[in-house]
Ligand binder design. Structure first.
Ligand code: ADP
Ligand code: RBF
Ligand code: MG
Length: 176
């Protein structure tokens, strides 16, 4: 089974030492409610970007799992329940693909930020700088296998972005 051999031989650093075209890809928009399929149950809540924020990704990249940085910021003129640590530029993993829930008629980009938030942040603006590709979307038959791979994706993202060519994007002028 091709998927199985891929899963047992995954490298923990992926992509070139410096982001290569089409990266970095900039995405931004207010966090949407997802489909309630329970990313949180997978130990991995994903903040969903709105449809109209996806063209930079759709036009430049294939579906799959990606790494980069994200930042959540309150909408202007509102009081925020987020702490200073919550509004930093933080490492993220993103699942980008067709959504079977909508009969594959819609692409979605779901971002898991590698940080413990005390509260949800639906409606807050989220900026994401996508810096590299990790792997294709796989068709999982077990929830355990998906959870295992997401945990590995997080390690890959952190190790891959620990390189100077990636770390510098934390202070990119795109972020506030
Ligand atoms: P939904 O189907 O509505 O997207 P999820 O179970 O994926 O539901 O949860 C996503 C929500 O969880 C986000 O919109 C955000 O408000 C919250 N959240 C809390 N911690 C995180 C995190 N570390 N990364 C992403 N979202 C988080
Ligand atoms: N779902 C899949 O069916 N196949 C995948 O390869 C896949 N990879 C994911 C990688 C990451 C980093 C994350 C956060 C989620 C992934 N998902 C995958 C889960 C999917 O996008 C969605 O979050 C779940 O269906 C729960 O809503
Ligand atoms: Mg989600």
């Amino acid at each position: 089974i091709p998927d199985e051999s891929f899963r047992t031989t995954r490298p923990d650093i992926v992509g070139p030492d410096v982001p290569d075209v089409p990266f970095p890809i900039k995405l931004s928009g207010p966090v949407q409610h997802g489909f309630g399929r329970g990313s949180k149950d997978l130990g991995c809540p994903t903040a969903n970007l709105p449809d109209d924020s996806l063209p930079p990704m759709i036009n430049a990249a294939k579906t799959g799992v990606y790494y980069g940085y994200a930042q959540v910021t309150p909408s202007e003129g509102t009081t925020s329940s987020l702490s200073d640590q919550d509004v930093c530029v933080l490492p993220m993993v993103m699942s980008f693909g067709w959504n079977p829930f909508y009969k594959n008629e819609r692409m979605t980009a779901e971002i898991h930020i590698m940080h413990e938030f005390k509260t949800d942040f639906y409606g807050y603006n989220m900026k994401a700088l996508v810096l590299g590709y990790i792997r294709p979307e796989l068709h999982y038959t077990s929830r355990e296998a998906l959870i295992e791979d997401i945990e590995f994706d997080k390690k890959v993202a952190l190790k891959s972005m620990a390189r100077p060519g990636y770390e510098k994007y934390m202070s990119d002028p795109f972020f506030t």
